[in-house]
Design a protein around this ligand. Structure first.
Ligand code: PMP
Length: 354
């Protein structure tokens, strides 16, 4: 820390992203990326002619991409917001809708960035404990008079909340924004998009990083009421109006034109997830019933940390969290079937040695 950092940031604990090691080639099952490449149309969209135009600023309104997303999801143009990864929307939403007066509530086990944004923006937040079976207790979010933030499916559990439960939360908090982070919804679970017509306090956050194979392009979007989208724009235009680069805008629009390709990828990932659950059971693991592109699993035979370390030494990367409530577990991103088979072969070998 330099002597220049102002007081309020001195205790800030930053988010720790999953490892992106460069020392060797790993079977990388640690950051919930898609194992499949961007679609052929996306690849074509970034041609030399477009790269040459990098001397020009991108469209700050992201008009073309917004029009495509609005049409695809059956919402109005003014209901869409585009961001540099969905982390940026979450950041803007915490800035806009949470503070000392309007606090926030989110699960104690969830996407780690919620807490970091809470701390960064000095939010009076509550981390509602998940039940013993790792499900969300809806009662913790009713009439809370705070901004609600829930990932659905939740991460790192992969468990999903019903649209009925989300509606109860929306209905009981009419004076507050309810942020539903649907980063993983394309792999399973029910989207709450149909609730947009009824509730002006619903903010749905989506990302291209998982189901659209574009984690490296940094693209996210939000769908919400016109008023909430205007608030997010107010923050965007007060921080970084050109938040999406020209090439990402093109890739994002091309991906919508190639939706069948991505639907197929998601279907394969969901099938591989179910296959992997069966293989994990055979190896004596317990796991939660994930609807996402990852599986949260544990074994009586080896601790989460040891398993993570031994796998890494054998060239397979998973995510392990040190929080005592989940330290027994590892989060396994669903890769290709071939990648998963490598994981299971190495696991068999590790378990035979412990
Ligand atoms: N929400 C959840 C629940 C996530 O797991 C992630 C990815 N780590 C994000 C949001 C952010 O994704 P991105 O910024 O890549 O869109």
């Amino acid at each position: 820390m330099s002597k220049f950092l102002i007081d309020k940031y001195q205790k800030l604990e930053a988010y720790t992203p999953g490892e992106q090691p460069r020392d060797m080639k790993y079977v990388k099952l640690n950051t919930n990326e898609s194992p499949y490449p961007a679609s052929p149309k996306v690849v074509e969209s970034i041609c030399a002619q477009e790269i040459e135009k990098l001397n020009l600023y991108p469209d700050p309104e992201c008009k073309e991409l917004k029009l495509k997303l609005a049409e695809y999801y059956g919402v109005g143009y003014e209901n869409v917001f585009i961001s540099n990864g969905s982390d940026e929307i979450l950041s803007f939403a915490f800035m806009a809708f949470c503070g000392e007066q309007t606090g926030a509530v989110f699960p104690d086990i969830s996407y780690g960035f919620y807490k970091v944004y809470g701390d960064l923006y000095n939010v009076d937040y509550i981390q509602a404990p998940l039940k013993d079976n790792f499900t969300i207790d809806v009662n913790d979010y009713l009439n809370v008079n705070k901004t609600v933030v829930i990932a659905n499916p939740n991460a790192p559990t992969g468990l999903s909340l019903s649209v009925d439960d989300i509606e109860k939360i929306l209905k009981s908090n009419p004076g507050n924004v309810v942020i539903i982070d649907e980063a993983y919804i394309d792999f399973g679970g029910q989207t709450c998009l149909p609730l947009l017509k009824k509730y002006d306090n619903l903010l749905i956050v989506r990302t291209y990083s998982k189901s659209r194979s574009m984690a490296g392009a940094r693209l996210g979007f939000a769908i919400s009421s016109k008023a909430i989208i205007n608030d997010l724009n107010r923050i965007k235009y007060s921080t970084n109006p050109y938040n999406i680069n020209r090439l990402t805008l093109l890739a994002g629009a091309a991906a919508i034109d190639d939706s069948d390709y991505y639907k197929n990828c998601c279907k394969t990932v969901a099938e591989t997830r179910e296959y992997s659950k069966r293989r994990l059971s055979e190896l004596g693991f317990e796991y939660l019933d994930s609807y996402a592109n990852f599986i949260f699993a544990r074994s009586d035979k080896i601790s989460g940390e040891d398993y993570y370390i031994k796998l890494k030494a054998n060239g397979v990367l998973l995510r392990h969290f040190s929080d005592p409530k989940i330290t027994d577990y590892v989060r396994i991103t669903v890769g290709t079937k071939e990648q998963m088979d490598i994981l299971f072969d190495v696991t068999k070998k590790i378990l035979s040695e412990v």
